[in-house]
Design a binder for this molecule. Structure first.
Ligand SMILES: [Ca+2]
Ligand SMILES: [Ca+2]
Length: 243
């Protein structure tokens, strides 16, 4: 019995056995690995392309939704929300001034409060947008101490964030024109960046007509999470200018 077992590979099929045992040469293996690497790279690139297109579309839709909500607000009040809570206090005609607890994400926080405020006949803010943790964040952890704007629920000063986790920027164009913008964005990791007024005024101007966008601007810093003031990969509420 032992003999017959021993003879399996060395009989009539000995050649096959030898071939199987030889396996692949190093060159053959490298070729196979190379092909797998190339295929994987192609798949990763095409999938990331699909994901980044999907994220761009989400940011675009979010900006369109906020713009539609702003339009409802404007129809009622004949103006767009201002860019800071202190100014919104005056716009809402509150007797007690409400100020921002800190100096970050003021534009988008003010927009969210303005659109949620029952005092202003709201809420105008899209419920799906505000109801989802994908969009609603409070990176800088600030909140109001009293409910002067009559918003529903907690008093957290929420931001709406883009698919890459960065808060959208909202600025009323009057504040750009009169140079009163003080906007500082706090990112997910706690770092922050102050917007430069001169760069804002320069980049928001149409390259040939010199016109500013009407009413307000909302933009996302895009996949690179860097502020290009509406240029580069940023996603904008106004028709984007080419660089
Ligand atoms: Ca906040
Ligand atoms: Ca960018």
């Amino acid at each position: 019995m032992q003999n017959s077992k021993f003879k399996i590979g060395s009989g009539a099929r000995g050649g096959n056995f030898e071939f199987a045992r030889r396996g692949f040469t190093l060159v053959e293996l490298l070729i196979v690995v190379g092909i797998i690497v190339v295929l994987a790279a192609v798949l990763v690139v095409s999938f990331s392309g699909v994901f980044s297109k999907r994220d761009d579309a989400v940011a675009k839709t979010t900006i369109e939704t906020l713009s539609a909500n702003l339009q409802s607000y404007q129809t009622k009040w004949h103006s767009y929300p201002v860019s800071t809570l202190a100014a919104l206090t005056a716009q809402t005609r509150l007797s007690m001034p409400v100020t921002d607890p800190n100096d970050t994400n003021m534009g988008i926080e003010t927009l969210v409060i303005a659109l949620r405020s029952k005092k202003n006949g709201g809420p105008y803010l899209d419920a799906t947008l505000f109801g989802s943790d994908d969009f609603r964040k409070n990176h800088d952890g600030d909140e109001l101490t009293d409910n002067a704007f009559e918003v529903e629920g907690a008093l957290g000063l929420f931001e709406i964030v883009d698919p890459w986790g960065t808060p959208y920027v909202y600025i009323n164009m009057n504040d750009v024109r009169n140079g009163s913008v003080k906007e500082k964005i706090q990112f997910e990791d706690g770092s922050s960046e102050e917007l430069k007024l001169d760069e804002l005024q320069e980049k928001l101007k149409h390259p040939t007509t010199g016109q500013y966008p009407q009413g307000y601007v909302i933009w996302s810093f895009g996949p690179d999470k860097k502020n290009d003031y509406g240029r580069g990969d940023d996603i904008t509420s106004w028709p984007k200018y080419s660089d």
